[in-house]
Design a protein around this ligand. Structure first.
Ligand code: PLP
Length: 496
């Protein structure tokens, strides 16, 4: 059973799933993977009859094998039961003739809820019977932060610190974070962009000094970013859940391959789709949709990853990313599980901001992925045209996906294609109203929400509207150099 253990994409380590969940990222800078994914044999007929929760338990049992059946059942029930405003958890709806998998029905109206409701449960379970406490440190481009804060709020023996780029998240995203309740949470802005915040977090994880300081109090650092397998694995489930809903609607026959189009940033979401395929879900192509920060489009189409390019602030800010961490996992599998190659590419990336994969890996990428991108004007136009056509209002991230799908419509090989919707339009109300040609000057965010409600006929998520009357708790702004000190001080205070 050697290949059931997790190890780093760059080669080192041998960990059980629980250990990998607690550690988050490997000491050599790589991400945890395991080699047995393709060997999983699922009974698809049986699996695709289960509801979301039962399906999740079944899939987790394969991937997180050192969690007992009872532990997984408890984790899944705590994560999903009563927390989502759809019984399907991730409902598949039709926007005209386009199937859209809505991933935003969780407590913070972000697709990241699906994973971040589950990660704390997996982590608490893994901590059981151990003496350590965990400080979660996360960089966010907007949505992860709130979903993580909400997921970890008042979790036992776990604290959480969230860093976001000052001035680079939407007002509502900021409010969602700085109004977060809970005694074990800290929220702080940094001067810089998301990549700066993420690099700061990575430095912290590799800092011997921070480790020594926290060791004294038996505190270990971990991450809620999508580099943690406890974050990634829950995302596999909704690909299967989407397929089940397609079957139920009679849109596909059992075994028929489908495409998924994924608005992409850090590559966690689309990677989960790839994992679902490795585990046996009939997936034809994965379509990676990017905004103007189209480093992934260029990479998937040429094999050259080059982050040396201007950083654009867009109206789909959760995709404003130039270094997609989870791509490393895909490279591991597509290079034929060649840790040496992966480590070399990542070294080139760190030193030159650029790497090029070999011809074989390029070929594999080309056979599986399609990718395209669009700019802000095209994103807005897409929101408007979809609404005009069928009355469905999508958020800007989802609209990037919809636009890319239209660009690539001749390359879908006639397969049913599902668009993943990653945010509620209510999280980006102003930009959505603007796109729809509706005046919003002089209206506050909540008046904008009410206006959008009239247009979309979809209810405002209760958690968002409640921000109207909540006090702001966190106002800190620091430089990236101060992050380490900030986390250590916070950990000591929260986890004493
Ligand atoms: C996080 C996020 C994305 C990007 O997802 P990745 O898994 O990082 O690729 C896209 N859209 C929204 C709204 C997000 O919050």
């Amino acid at each position: 059973m050697e290949n059931r253990y997790y190890h780093s994409t760059r080669g080192s380590g041998k960990l059980s799933p629980k250990e990998a969940v607690l550690r988050g990222i490997a000491d050599d800078g790589g991400l945890y993977v395991w080699d047995g994914l393709e060997d999983v044999r699922l009974d698809l007929d049986a699996l695709l009859k289960l509801d979301y929760q039962e399906m999740a338990k079944r899939l987790f049992a394969e991937v997180l094998w050192d969690y007992s059946e009872e532990e997984l059942a408890r984790c899944v029930d705590l994560a999903y039961t009563g927390k989502f405003d759809s019984e399907q958890i991730t409902p598949l709806v039709m926007a005209g003739d386009l199937p859209v998998l809505e991933l935003f029905h969780g407590p913070t109206s972000a697709f990241k809820d699906v994973a971040l409701c589950m990660l704390p449960q997996l982590m608490s379970t893994a901590l059981n019977g151990r003496k350590e406490k965990v400080m979660i440190v996360t960089a966010t481009s907007g949505d992860t932060g709130k979903a993580a804060l909400s997921g970890f709020q008042d979790a036992e023996n776990i604290g959480i610190t969230v860093f976001y780029p000052y001035g680079k998240v939407s007002d509502i995203q900021r409010l969602q974070m700085v109004c977060q309740q809970g005694e074990n949470v800290r929220v702080c802005a940094i001067r810089g962009n998301f990549d700066d915040a993420q690099s700061g977090v990575k430095r912290l994880f590799h800092s011997a000094q921070a480790k020594a300081a926290l060791d004294e109090d038996r505190i270990v650092l971990s991450s809620a970013n999508s580099i943690n397998i406890g974050r990634l694995v829950p995302q596999i489930v909704y690909y299967f859940a989407a397929y089940r809903q397609l079957l139920e609607a009679g849109a596909v026959q059992m075994g028929e391959e489908v495409n998924f189009c994924v608005p992409t940033g850090n590559f966690g979401n689309v990677l989960a789709g790839y994992y679902a395929k490795l585990m046996g879900l009939p997936v034809h192509r994965l379509i990676v949709a990017a905004n103007e920060n189209n480093v992934l489009e260029d990479f998937l189409n040429t094999g050259v990853y080059d982050r040396n390019r201007p950083f654009h602030q867009t109206i789909s800010p959760s995709m404003d990313i130039l270094i997609s961490s989870n791509l490393e996992r895909m490279l591991y599998y597509l290079s034929g599980k060649d840790s040496v190659k992966v480590a070399g590419w990542m070294k080139d990336l760190a030193e030159q901001g650029r790497y090029e994969v070999d011809a074989q890996t390029k070929e594999k990428i080309a056979s599986l992925f399609l990718s395209a991108s669009c700019d802000n004007a095209q994103t807005s136009a897409q929101i408007r045209s979809v609404y005009a056509r069928c009355g469905y209002v999508m958020d800007p991230h989802t609209a990037v996906g919809a636009h890319v799908l239209e660009q690539l419509k001749d390359r879908l090989d006639g397969k049913v294609t599902v668009l993943l919707s990653t945010a509620s339009p209510y999280k980006f109300t102003r930009d959505v109203l603007k796109a729809l040609g509706e005046a919003q000057e002089g209206l506050d965010d909540f008046a904008c929400m009410r206006k959008l409600e009239q247009l979309s006929k979809q209810q405002i998520p209760a958690g968002l509207y409640a921000l109207k009357d909540m006090p702001e708790r966190f106002a800190d702004v620091i430089s990236c150099e101060e992050m380490e000190e900030y986390v250590i001080a916070g950990a000591r205070e929260i986890l004493k």
